[in-house]
Design a protein around this ligand. Sequence first.
Ligand SMILES: Cc1ncc(COP(=O)(O)O)c(C=O)c1O
Length: 427
Amino acid sequence: MVSPFDEVRESVRRYCEANHDFSFDPEQPIVRLHEPTFGADEISAALECMLTTQVTMGPKVKGFEREFAGHFGWSDGIMVNSGSSANLLALATLSNPAFADRLKRGDEVIVPALSWSTTVWPVVQMGLIPVMVDLDPATLNIDPAQIESAIGPRTRAVMIVPVYGNPCDMDAITDICERHGLILIEDCCEALGATYDQRPVGQFGAVGTFSFYYSHHMTTLEGGICVTNDPEFAELGRILRAHGWIRETENRQSWIDKYPDIDPRFLFVNTGFNLRATELQGAMGSVQLPKLAGFVETRRSNAAWFRRELDKFERVLEFQDETPKGHHSWFGFPIRIRPNADFTVADICTHLNRANIETRPIIAGNIARQPAMKTIEHRVYGDLPHADHVMRNGFAFGNHQAIDEAARAYIVDHISSFMAERQIGAA
Ligand SMILES: Cc1ncc(COP(=O)(O)O)c(C=O)c1O
């Protein structure tokens, strides 16, 4: 049977075929930090939502939540409008009066100094105190020994970030959390597709978060999700996601029975936000998810190749080591300039940028050094020398699904020509 959408799908397919070639062109070389992971199928799926006018959160979002949670092995997923919102929802749920043994104002949450702004801001927004600790220079991830030393009498939780998709040392971190009775929150917004000891990241603590921002491993344009194996956390999260409303809850009837005098269509049982994703995002997510493993595989094989080719400059460049037991999903390819090098990160980035190879800092460097921290009550554990080194001497170039053999060779050729200009030979 011909579907009413067939014509639209065909037009979209033709448009994308004619206009969407994101592969590397040696005639006009440019290597961006990101290229779109979505194509005609995702665009058609989103357009169908528009054409049916079913655009606000509904069955497509619910379907995607089930697929995502089921694919990786969580009981529940709560889709939201960004990874930042997923972090906010995670912290808000854990701090809500309805949550058993909740986080309370003034409690401390240990966070990595090398993290994104909205890893830390939700901690602050819930009246909690972030405690910044340094990283392990081999993996770039939060150093478990530093976590343990930073624990104080008010420490209640640890929030970790698998940096650029490199899983953290989960044996050590879960052991510390168990011994000290700390809640573990995993901000996996740049680590989709990564595993530790064969288990997906985000599965080791109370809650995990992921981002589906345009530049990430898979996308719903903007978007994110909180994942958990705790149905009570999930139910509360759904309420807080949407106004404190019961509308999207699994146990809607039990709420209605509890408050028979209030119109069940507009029953608010808690405070909340509006962090909802749209149907367009849910529909796109369902098309993207089956492609994820292929995207991650390309990133992994490119990263292995970059490392092999660039290891000869190991005297002046430092690389990120994959965590033992970890399966890294390589959000980008981060490099640090060693202190003994006679060039700066600006020198090498300028050289690459002139050749149309985009670069960026590693996450945002040491978040403790950002001006916003001056406005925030927080604690810094130690001097954070490794996070400072990343901030001053780190950069990354793109390592995504559209980087092919020609693109990766182009990058390495330009790093090699930079080294040759400075007469830095292979080690
Ligand atoms: C570690 C980390 N947490 C949170 C976020 C926020 O995700 P979003 O951009 O979807 O809000 C990012 C963004 O890249 C991130 O890298």
